[in-house]
Write a new protein. Structure first.
Length: 207
């Protein structure tokens, strides 16, 4: 009973907007996992909320990432709605050496450029200084690359997501965004489940 009371008090102390972003974010991931088209409207709501939250917390790279995801989710909803129910399933593939090199190069080159840009622009525009500009930029660059690998059904995309999600948990805890940190912790667990599930599909393809 005390634990329930403590959880209730903790929830009441959190931002309703952030909690809405967390609930819709978890719903969109769950619905995507069961291949339900309604994952897209929940994703649109969640990313729209987090554009505002991350901008407010000076996590500008995260805000930019969510602007991109917001647009992609609108496209995804449109694209899924046009696909026939009996469309063939895209096979799972393993990551290639070229893709690993691409990931490392894009992270090494784009991270400092994005981080420096965020630091410079916030000074010029007199915005709140970017929080963790280079770490935030690194996570954004790697996340967007993982998104491409996921779209191409690369098995190891899930391992990249686990890596990034764990870093995000630390960032959001440091910023006091506890519900968001919990959400990304759950994302990491879901990514592990996704990896195990996709690995089973990959092994079935080899038979």
């Amino acid at each position: 009973m005390q634990a329930f009371h403590a959880i209730t008090q903790w929830l009441q102390s959190q931002s309703p907007l952030e909690l809405t972003g967390v609930v819709t974010g978890l719903l969109c991931v769950y619905l995507a996992a069961i291949n339900n088209i309604w994952n897209w409207p929940f994703a649109i709501i969640s990313t729209g909320i987090y554009i505002f939250i991350f901008a407010q917390e000076a996590l500008y790279a995260d805000a930019l990432q969510n602007i991109y995801l917001f647009a992609i989710n609108i496209y995804g909803w449109y694209y899924w709605s046009r696909q026939p129910a009996n469309a063939p399933k895209v096979p799972v593939v393993r990551i290639t050496h070229k893709q690993v090199v691409f990931l490392l190069l894009i992270a090494a080159l784009a991270t400092p450029v994005l981080g420096f840009t965020l630091v410079s622009l916030t000074k010029v525009l007199h915005y709140q200084p970017a929080a963790y500009p280079y770490l935030d930029s690194f996570c954004t660059v790697v996340s967007l690359t993982a998104q491409v690998f996921m779209a191409r059904k690369v098995l190891e995309n899930w391992l990249i997501w686990i890596f990034v999600d764990v870093i995000y948990v630390g960032i959001y805890l440091a910023k006091g965004l506890e519900p968001t940190a919990i959400m990304f912790g759950i994302y990491a667990v879901l990514a592990l489940v996704g990896y195990i599930d996709w690995r089973k599909d990959y092994r079935k393809q080899l038979i």
